[in-house]
Design a protein around this ligand. Structure first.
Ligand code: ZN
Length: 349
């Protein structure tokens, strides 16, 4: 939901566009295992990343991402480490990170924030980007994919052909269960914090608040001083420069900007050095603070604009966010940030 959709939309779009091609081109998305520190590793599927910690008693894994990747990863882990996956921890429920867990069901338990159960119970789930139930029929219609795709291609919508790829029975409608066919529900949930201990090692799970999703988990590896989170510490559009304006779909995913800021502060309060994000390169903790400061600046600027009574069209021109001109995606996303903040601050207080 690219996060942003911050779904990670650009990444999503590329991946979904690539899906039919994968069958014709055996190489598929780039996959690799990347050492982080000690027994902690990232694993990559194109621009999607997960994380895992190897202990003498088994592996604690982050997102399974999708069935093909999970199958590949399971083989790699068996060959390299010779211990089974004991836990799968979901970063959030969005379909592009949470699918494929069943591959590990013979040895693993599945852990997620408690709101994942609501998002996987057959009702319309929280979706990445601007994919929302526009006609309130409880199912995903072609329009609900195509409207955001055309309005903000690669940012808040999927690529052309995406709907067809999720409409497995080709009846023109995708009930949530059809989209979530490959997502295995968590069998352990928590509300605020949880600790997993295995083989003498620990991983802390933290619910940060509402942001890109409503059921996020941040994984903290205390001994390794690394945090894993997807799409809200770094936007899904981010590749190698983590200092980026965020994508702003659904006016920041219909979650109050105060909650976004709270989410960043929750992570800032943790003791760690590096973030291994679900998309893009590893970055250092100070970027978390800088991004939270960006959100605060955006809120201050747009709040002042709202108080001035000037119309949105004027604010879009005059709120230039000059301080962030050097950040990635400034030209592409500045006015979208101002508009989204305007709607967020007036609708989601
Ligand atoms: Zn997402």
């Amino acid at each position: 939901m690219y996060r942003g959709l911050k779904v990670c939309l650009a990444a999503l779009m590329a991946a979904w566009l690539g899906m039919p091609v994968v069958r014709a081109q055996p190489q598929g998305p780039a996959r690799e295992i990347i050492p982080l520190t000690g027994d902690l590793y990232r694993a990559r599927n194109g621009n999607w990343y997960t994380i895992f910690l190897v202990t003498p008693d088994g592996i604690i894994l982050g997102d399974p991402i999708n069935p093909a990747f999970a199958t590949w990863l399971k083989g790699e882990l068996a060959t390299r480490f010779k211990v089974p996956v004991r836990y799968v921890v979901y970063s959030h429920s969005h379909f592009d990170h949470a699918a494929g867990g069943s591959v590990f069901a013979d040895t693993a338990r599945f852990v997620g924030h408690e709101r994942m159960l609501r998002n996987l119970d057959g009702r319309y789930p929280h979706m990445p980007g601007d994919m929302v139930d526009r006609n309130n029929n409880g199912a995903i219609d072609p329009d609900e994919i195509d409207i955001p795709t055309k309005a903000a291609p690669g940012v808040c919508g999927m690529g052309p052909g995406f709907f067809g790829s999720i409409d497995l029975n080709k009846d023109g409608l995708v009930p949530p269960a059809e989209l979530q066919t490959d997502i295995r529900r968590p069998d352990i949930v928590y509300s605020e914090r949880m600790r997993i201990s295995l083989g003498g090692r620990t991983v802390e799970l933290i619910y940060p608040g509402l942001n890109h999703s409503d059921d996020a988990t941040v994984m903290l590896f205390p001994a390794e001083r690394v945090v894993f989170a997807t799409e809200f510490l770094a936007d899904a559009l981010v590749r190698n420069n983590p200092r980026s304006l965020p994508s702003t779909c659904s006016a920041f995913d219909r979650h109050p900007l105060a909650e976004w800021i709270r989410s960043y502060r929750t992570v800032e309060a943790l003791d760690f050095d590096r973030v291994a994000p679900g998309h893009g390169d590893v970055f250092d903790k100070p970027v978390v603070t800088e991004t939270r400061e960006y959100f605060e600046y955006l809120v201050a600027e747009v709040s002042a604009g709202i108080r001035s009574g000037r119309p949105l069209a004027e604010l879009l021109k005059t709120i230039t966010l000059d301080r962030y001109k050097g950040w990635a995606n400034y030209e592409r996303l500045r006015s979208m940030n101002v508009e989204a903040a305007y709607f967020n601050l007036t609708r989601y207080r």
